[in-house]
Design a protein around this ligand. Structure first.
Ligand code: PLP
Length: 372
């Protein structure tokens, strides 16, 4: 792995800032910035005589599909590009065949709970799993999931305090009842090694503007290939047309997750995300995860030394740690004035959320601790 000093040169903001707010927005490294510019320059300078610019964009998209699939341990035909985490969740929920009497189970800490106008119209019952002592217990899922449960939603890593689910364990319970598991992995991918085939998950939605460090406005959805035929696209266009328009040769074949892409996608985002995944692959996701968890354990111990009441369970392996705090928004402002960026929220009785990435150091954490 490259030295941390050399990696930090790729993030200009780190010269001035102690940045510990990656769960809010990740910092963009120079190569991702270059990816954005590459696309702009390509279009601005494109040779109209050759007129192959769109083909280039499509080729890049197809390569990115493989990069994304490799990163999360699935096949490239199971990846659909979307706009944000919420679009992926809506595609799944609205594409299912709901009947009166069905229920959905989701945690109280979902950033985008899966209730939509479709579930409302179909009178689907919502069952909410509550947290206790900073975590969710499998036994609480077992109590709520039954044979009328169609979909269960969890965030792999919760945005509140970083609680991390063991997806393999939860998917067993979900599948025993014939239901499907929908995962919001926006706070996980890019920071942690993930493998959704191993975890036997049905759907995963991810936005890359946090731990994947860019872009915004392009996201992706994994649909397990067994579920692709069952899920009906809830939106249509020239690309996945259900009524044959005047360009049928360009429309998508059944059997791939591309059927959920209905129109032109965010190609600039494609260039940026390709650079981001290549960048992480160069560092190695094993190294990224190791660094993130090491820093989080270090932070945990320093906060205990300070006598802080930590909301995140001990030994939890994610990039986020939260502790209870009076006047959290005020403290966040004081820290910001000292060039230390974290999140302070009044929710859940008041807490500070600290979220590291591989480019942080123990010194960053010592700086934060000195100022608490
Ligand atoms: C767990 C989680 N999911 C999703 C999002 C963002 O959702 P979207 O990509 O739909 O804007 C956030 C943002 O903080 C989040 O923490």
């Amino acid at each position: 792995m490259r030295s941390i000093d050399s990696i930090r040169q790729d993030f200009p903001a780190l010269k001035e800032w102690v940045y510990l707010d990656n769960a809010f927005v990740g910092l963009m490294p120079t190569p991702v910035h270059e990816g954005y510019n590459e696309w702009i320059n390509e279009w601005y300078n494109f040779d109209i005589k050759k007129s192959t610019i769109l083909n280039g964009w499509l080729e890049k998209t197809s390569k990115l599909r493989s990069l994304v699939a490799n990163l999360i341990g699935v096949k490239s035909n199971e990846i659909a590009f979307t706009m944000c985490t919420g679009s992926g969740l809506n595609i799944v929920v609205n594409g299912m065949n709901w009947c009166k009497g069905d229920n959905v189970v989701f945690t109280e800490w979902e950033h985008n709970p899966l209730v939509t106008h479709t579930t409302r119209k179909s009178s689907v019952e919502s069952r909410v799993v509550h947290a206790s002592k900073g975590k969710f217990e499998l036994t609480d899922f077992e109590k709520l999931i039954d044979d009328k449960t169609k979909l269960v939603q969890v965030s792999q890593v919760c945005y509140t305090n970083g609680f991390r689910f063991n997806l393999n364990e939860i998917s067993k319970i979900v599948h025993e009842h014939g239901a499907k598991l929908l995962v919001d992995a926006t706070q996980a991918v890019g920071a942690l090694q993930v493998d959704y085939k191993h975890d036997n998950v049905d759907f995963v939605s991810v936005a890359p503007y946090k731990y994947l460090m860019g872009p915004a406005g392009l996201a992706f959805l994994y649909v397990n290939e067994k579920s692709i035929p069952e899920l009906i696209p809830d939106r249509t266009g020239w690309k996945n047309q259900i009524y044959e328009g005047d360009n049928p040769e360009e429309s998508i074949k059944e059997g791939t997750a591309e059927k959920f892409e209905y129109g032109t996608i965010n190609f600039q985002g494609v260039y940026a995300l390709s650079r981001s995944i290549e960048y992480l692959n160069n560092i190695g996701m094993t190294n990224v995860e190791k660094q993130v968890i090491k820093l989080n354990n270090y932070l945990y111990d320093r906060l205990i030394d300070l006598g802080k009441d930590i909301w995140t369970p001990k030994g939890n392996e994610s990039a986020i740690l939260s502790f209870i705090q009076e006047s959290p928004e005020q403290l966040a402002k004081v820290l910001q004035a000292k060039k230390i960026k974290v999140t302070g929220r009044k929710a859940h009785g008041g807490h500070m959320r600290v979220s590291v990435h591989f480019y942080n150091t123990e010194q960053d954490i010592d700086n934060l601790i000195k100022n608490l």
